[in-house]
Design a protein around this ligand. Structure first.
Ligand code: FAD
Length: 409
């Protein structure tokens, strides 16, 4: 039986960051990184952007050159899921082999919500989570084809943008009353909807499917309004659920994610979790983040804690999305917001979210300056009130100048 000092289950963004950080901190023991996918650790954001558009070669997705892992003595076990985990004997099973570990991290990520029944086993229905999904989808992205996108979140909208630019005609059907409803204020939704409509995408908000036509392939759908939409292919992007089955079967506490404390520690000693699969208390509320920022930063905090250098992980989350020539950047969490102040800048716009007269989040649309200022202020814990942002001739940089002049509260 192989013995690893540290085993990491899940070779994605978080798992890779954790392994790399352990070495950066000078850890010399054995590290094993287990990944269910064939590919070496890679970044997912380009899957619905430049890689889907055919602008990137596969190798550009790799988080590190393939030699890196061997040079760093991080053993990669790819192409097979860890199927069993025993927290008492400190063993795991991958393929035919059993491995012993001293410390363990789960970075198992998330997986698309199960497909609606009417889409199961249809050969022209695609999901978009893994490299293999995109490799299957890309050849179907042919000019003139009719694409139906189910879900008006980031993945659905980014897919719609790439498809339109590739010459497909696109319909997006969103059950909520507006696209990006779960993550953005109405102003941002309106801007993103208008952006897509300018590019010829038909957006159907607040709509559900009444009927699906076709046998092996979906050939058309009928909306609850009676509108019939013919399609050659369907991409379903209706959100993800954390991959917790292994953790649950091993007896770890889970509730919409593997429950961890602010050091990333799970409910059993010497076991941690990070990234999309982990749920932790952020600003007092149990939170699961699905972002590159969180995957990297939480994994690095876990590595520090594993080596006895623990520090509390309380991030100011940030996120981005690229659609056409629009870069949407979000910093902070807007949950519970009760006011939004909007500004138009030379090239874009920004929306500043307040809760009880305190800035909590900024959406910046082609406005890198507003994003950068918002990020600095939130990270510094600066209390910014609505009146500061509502001023006539508001200029985001003024807020930073105020900070430098000692108006930190
Ligand atoms: C198409 C797409 C676009 C995105 N765009 C953005 C973006 O623009 N900005 C942004 O911030 N975020 C974006 N995200 C989200 C971001 O990629 C994720 O938040 C991030 O990848 C999470 O990292 P992770 O390591 O927690 O999970 P993952 O990257 O999902 O990695 C988890 C890995 O664990 C493996 N695994 C699971 N169970 C087992 C097991 N039992 N044994 C072995 N391996 C296992 C999985 O196969 C997977 O490879 C995007 C995601 C997708 C899918």
């Amino acid at each position: 039986m192989a013995k690893q000092d540290i085993a990491i289950i899940g070779a994605g963004q978080a798992g890779a960051a954790l392994a790399v950080r352990l070495r950066q901190l000078g850890f010399l023991g054995g590290i094993a990184l287990f990944g269910a996918e064939q590919a070496p650790p890679y970044q997912r954001p380009p899957l619905s952007k430049k890689y889907l558009a055919g602008e990137w070669e596969q190798e550009r997705l790799w988080l590190r050159p393939t030699d890196f892992w061997r040079e760093q003595r991080i053993s990669l076990h790819l192409g097979g899921a860890v199927s069993a985990l025993d927290l008492t004997s400190r063993t795991l099973v991958c393929g035919e082999r059993e491995h012993r570990w001293g410390k363990l991290a789960l970075t198992t990520g998330a997986t698309p919500r199960p497909l609606p029944d009417t889409f199961v086993d249809r050969s022209n229905v695609f999901e978009l989570r893994n490299l293999a999904d995109v490799q299957r989808l890309r050849p179907a992205f042919l000019p003139g084809r009719k694409l139906l996108v189910l879900g008006g979140g980031y993945i659905g909208l980014e897919t719609a943008a790439v498809a339109t630019q590739a010459g497909l005609s696109v319909h997006v059907v969103e059950r909520a009353t507006r696209v990006l409803e779960r993550v953005a204020c109405p102003h941002t939704s309106v801007a993103i909807r208008a952006l897509h409509q300018r590019h010829g995408v038909s957006i159907h908000e607040g709509r559900t499917l009444r009927h699906v036509e076709g046998d092996a392939n979906v050939t058309a759908v009928e909306l609850d309004t009676g509108l019939r939409i013919a399609c050659d292919l369907v991409v379903v992007g209706v959100g993800v659920v954390p991959q917790t089955a292994l953790a649950e079967s091993a007896g770890l506490d889970c509730d919409d994610g593997i429950l961890v404390d602010s050091f990333g520690r799970a409910s059993v000693p010497d076991v941690w979790a990070a990234g999309d699969c982990a749920r932790f208390r952020l600003n007092g509320e149990l939170t699961r983040l699905e972002s590159v920022q969180n995957a990297i930063d939480q994994a690095e905090a876990v590595a520090d804690d594993m080596l006895g250098q623990g520090r509390i992980y309380q991030p100011v989350p940030w996120f981005w999305s690229d659609q056409y020539d629009m870069k949407l950047q979000i910093v902070g969490l807007n949950r519970g917001y009760d006011a939004v102040v909007s500004h138009v800048s030379a090239k874009g716009a920004s929306h500043w979210y307040f809760r009880e007269d305190r800035l909590i989040s900024v959406d910046a649309l082609n406005d890198g300056r507003a994003y950068m200022v918002g990020k600095k202020l939130l990270e510094a814990g600066r209390v910014v009130s609505r009146s500061e942002v509502e001023r006539p001739n508001f200029e985001p940089m003024q807020l930073l100048r105020g900070q430098a002049e000692g108006t930190l509260t």
